[in-house]
Design a protein around this ligand. Structure first.
Ligand SMILES: NC(=O)CC[C@H](N)C(=O)O
Length: 343
């Protein structure tokens, strides 16, 4: 499978990008706003990819929807396009539930019980569990996400759901609610995730009952967010765990570091290598079309556009983030600003 990131984006302003690389800060608000407006125009007509249809309600999404938001660790949020449109968070939730569970259990315990290596296989692979002798492998693929969700604390299903819903809301800085239609649609077509949960359970790798765990995982995927929420959630990880809008500490700085490492290995599943190679930042995608990308110490970019590549990652989301990574000097591996060359 080939990377969809090939449309080169030239640097908006080489000095802007270089300043960001050398100061370790995002460029000034005005430069950020100009870059967002430009990238939105540039990719407005991009129709690459296909809307997910394996969850029936997702197939109803308007493929033209397109929103971008950037949240700064200092608290400013800039957005263009369909930035307030609500969609289900899907797999982007995996990053934040992992952070909440890491906060509860600690660095070594989550690594032992979930794992942090990539599978190189699709997000919903059953084979990955078998090939790895029952190890969930990584919290960003379904097996690892189910194993993580099974570790959510609480004495009842209701308490565990509140732990997840409330925790993700603290990342977003507002109360998030379940999209009941998505939850119902996904529950009716959940056989594969339930199978993965049962398989993990057969290996003794699931802390709770597979049916209840799959239900909680389905709920977390069905939380409704907008692209602005995703940017604030990402900026909380970029800001060492303190939400830049509310000032609340959601998780510890060490937890952010753990989470970003897990994103770097598998945030875009089997395309994570292509993503790091081109974009150079940890990111997390979801099948409804959201992608959140974190620039540690600086902020977060979120894009919403429902057409996906073969691995379930938003095509336009990847291209927009690639462009902004270069334009704003965000690539973690770059010591100098570099144009996204078409070499
Ligand atoms: N990649 C995704 O966003 C997948 C999430 C979806 N809820 C599933 O488990 O299939």
């Amino acid at each position: 499978m080939e990377s969809v990131i090939h449309d080169s984006g030239d640097i908006v302003d080489a000095r802007t990008a270089q300043a960001a690389v050398s100061t370790g800060r995002l460029p000034a608000d005005r430069a950020v706003r100009a870059a967002l407006a430009r990238v939105h125009r540039r990719f407005q007509a991009d129709r690459g990819g296909r809307v997910a249809d394996y969850i029936p309600v997702l197939a109803e999404a308007d493929p033209e929807l397109f929103g971008i938001a950037l949240a700064h660790v200092g608290g400013s949020v800039h957005a263009v396009g369909d930035a307030d449109h609500l969609f289900s968070i899907q797999s982007v939730s995996k990053a934040f539930v992992f952070a909440l569970v890491d906060q509860e259990l600690g660095h070594h315990a989550v690594r032992r019980r979930v794992g942090v290596n990539s599978t190189g296989l699709p997000f919903n692979s059953v084979l990955a569990v078998e090939l790895n002798h029952g190890s969930p492998m990584n919290p960003m693929v379904n097996a690892g996400a189910l194993a993580t969700t099974a570790l959510a604390p609480g004495g009842s299903a209701e308490e565990r759901w509140e732990f997840v819903r409330r925790g993700l809301s603290r990342f977003a800085g507002r109360e998030l609610a379940l999209d009941e239609r998505v939850y119902a649609s996904e529950t009716a077509t959940n056989q594969r995730n339930e199978s993965i949960a049962r398989l993990l359970d057969s290996y003794g790798a699931l802390a709770r009952d597979p049916v209840a765990t799959t239900d909680l995982y389905t709920r977390q995927c069905s939380l409704a967010v907008c692209v602005r929420d995703l940017a604030v959630m990402g900026a909380t990880l970029a800001n060492g765990g303190v939400n830049p809008l509310t000032g609340e500490r959601v998780v510890d700085a060490e937890v952010c570091r753990d989470t970003l490492a897990a994103l770097a290995t598998a945030g875009l599943y089997e395309r994570s290598g292509d993503w790091l190679y081109e974009v150079g930042m940890p990111g997390k995608s979801g099948v409804s079309g959201g992608i959140v990308t974190v620039a540690p110490g600086k902020g977060s970019i979120a894009v919403f556009s429902p057409r996906l590549d073969g691995a379930g990652n938003s095509v336009r989301g990847q291209r927009v983030t690639h462009y902004l990574s270069g334009a704003l000097g965000l690539n973690l591996f770059a010591s100098t600003a570099h144009p996204q060359s078409a070499r």
